[in-house]
Design a protein around this ligand. Structure first.
Ligand code: FFO
Ligand code: GTP
Ligand code: MG
Length: 443
């Protein structure tokens, strides 16, 4: 039996006690197998009708009373016959029901992501939508939920399509001129400029990978600066609870502390770090080394300076963050005297002054304009395929000037191939294997 004709089964709900647990069966034997567990359901049930049914064991003893749903191929999530048993959410009961479906030799347990993979293989959804399903399940901020939902409804698919269609047309035109020079004469005019504009579309999409990552994984933001500047006090204020130890002794924070917050729907991992200073004690020096490591890894470093810091000192503290963007603030602004005239923005972790404004500036620096939910969730995988698309188009552009039409068309073909890895029009089984591995079983 080929894997495609196998009927698969898995729990569609988490394997924990809950109000309802769902067992999902997909494939040609789904209805027969489902009815073996729920013999009260008619032989030809109305698709999408919820039947209240008894689920029974092999001897006919009732194990549960639940809902039975039948989706007739191809009008189902997978495009195959699907049966769902909505039982009470007892993990042990669901294992019994699952074991009963497996008694049929046509049925086997589903692999991770296999329901979604079948939806893709049956053309119900393209690859960007399949990936959005996994993004949605993994989403842990409102922005991530909204962006994945947009992906599920085809936001990225449309943008890829808007690139793939003219690219395919260009390729067809070029092949036409190559194969039927008389009929297709002139179809290759403007090829150079068509290639150039497609290349910039690919580059623009690829540039969104950073935003995609910010939405998916959240941003990483670290507070840093000289010892005793008020970083931990500000951290506690930003987090809304007394997470970090605060003391007037310089060098209080040693290990970096981290906590996850959600600001305007965007997930943010916030770090409080050991204050930096010359000639610290041995343990404190270890903390300082960690701070420097962390600074290199975050998306934004918020430099907290004590009142009265000079411009030169501030510049030298800024350099500590290396290539990481820095947002400098003057802390303890409640104790400042007018004479010091410190550089804005000013905040006080103690009184809360300027803290909302700081949060807004952090988001603006991370995100720029627009709303996080409107982002196309470009992943590293998409960006890599788009990079190869753009590179092939760049070579095509060069070829349009100095080389033959064959070479030009060949490069356009390669661009099309690389792009096909995003939508899934050209994918290998190996790529699908890796992609669906990150799904959970039952998805
Ligand atoms: N109980 C249950 N809830 C679920 C799912 C499921 O499989 N079962 N889903 C699964 O992850 C998601 C919903 N996704 C679905 C997508 C398409 C179809 C479907 O039947 N599509 C048909 C018919 C469309 C129509 O009638 O409008 C089709 O596309 O042809 C069903 C569920 C989330 N909730
Ligand atoms: N007046 C005033 N005092 C503050 C403010 N923030 C912190 N302090 C005080 O300054 C001292 C140091 O505060 P911390 O928050 O521990 O400073 P830190 O930058 O984390 O210090 P290290 O961890 O040692 O680097 C404590 O006595 C705080 O109460 C503030 O906004 N205003
Ligand atoms: Mg501290």
């Amino acid at each position: 039996m080929t894997p495609e004709s196998a009927t698969i089964v898995a729990l569609a709900t988490a394997p924990a006690a809950g109000a309802v647990g769902i067992l999902r069966v997909s494939g040609p034997a789904a209805l027969e197998v489902g009815r073996r567990l729920a013999p009260g359901v008619p032989a030809s049930p109305t698709p999408r009708h919820a039947y209240l049914a008894s689920f029974v064991d092999a001897a006919g003893a009732v194990l549960d009373e639940g809902l039975f749903l039948y989706f007739q191929a191809p009008r189902s999530f997978t495009g195959e016959d699907v049966v769902e048993l909505h039982a009470h959410g007892s993990p042990r009961l669901l294992r019994l029901l699952l074991a009963r479906t497996l008694e049929d030799e046509r049925v086997r347990p589903a692999l991770p992501g296999e329901f979604t993979r079948r939806a893709f293989l049956h053309g119900r959804i393209d690859l960007t939508r399949a990936e959005a399903v996994a993004d949605l399940v993994a989403a842990d901020s409102e922005a991530a939920v909204r962006a994945a939902a947009a992906g599920l409804s085809g936001a990225l698919a449309e943008r890829i399509h808007a690139l793939e269609t003219p690219l395919r047309e260009l390729h067809a035109d070029l092949e036409g001129v190559l194969n039927f020079p008389d009929e297709a004469e002139g179809a290759d005019a403007e090829a150079g400029s068509r290639v150039a504009s497609l290349r910039s579309v690919a580059e623009a999409l690829r540039a969104e990978v950073g935003r995609g990552r910010l939405v998916r994984q959240g941003a990483r933001v670290a507070l840093y600066g000289p010892v005793n500047a008020g970083k931990s006090t500000l951290f506690n204020r930003l987090v809304g609870e007394a997470r970090a130890l605060v003391d007037d002794e310089p060098g209080t924070t040693r290990d970096a502390l981290e906590t996850r917050v959600e600001w305007d729907g965007l997930g943010v991992t916030l770090y409080d770090t050991a204050g930096l200073r010359e000639a610290p004690g041995r343990v404190e020096a270890l903390g300082i080394a960690r701070t420097k490591e962390l600074l290199a890894a975050v998306d934004l470093a918020v430099l907290v300076l004590p009142p009265g810091t000079s411009r030169d000192e501030a510049a030298s503290w800024t350099r500590e963050a290396g290539a990481t963007p820095v947002l400098a603030v003057t802390g303890k602004c409640d104790v400042m005297t007018g004479v010091e005239a410190p550089a804005p923005p000013r905040v006080s972790g103690l009184t809360g002054e300027g803290v909302d404004a700081l949060r807004t500036s952090v988001l603006a620096r991370l995100w720029g304009g627009g709303t996080p939910s409107a982002v196309a969730l470009v992943s590293e995988r998409h960006a890599d395929a788009l990079r190869r698309t753009a590179e092939a188009l760049s070579r095509a552009q060069e070829a349009s000037r100095v080389s033959t039409l064959e070479v030009l068309s060949g490069e356009v073909g390669l661009a099309l191939e690389a792009l096909g890895e995003v939508s899934g029009t050209r994918v290998s089984d190996a790529l699908l294997d890796t992609l669906f591995q990150r799904f959970c079983i039952g998805k």
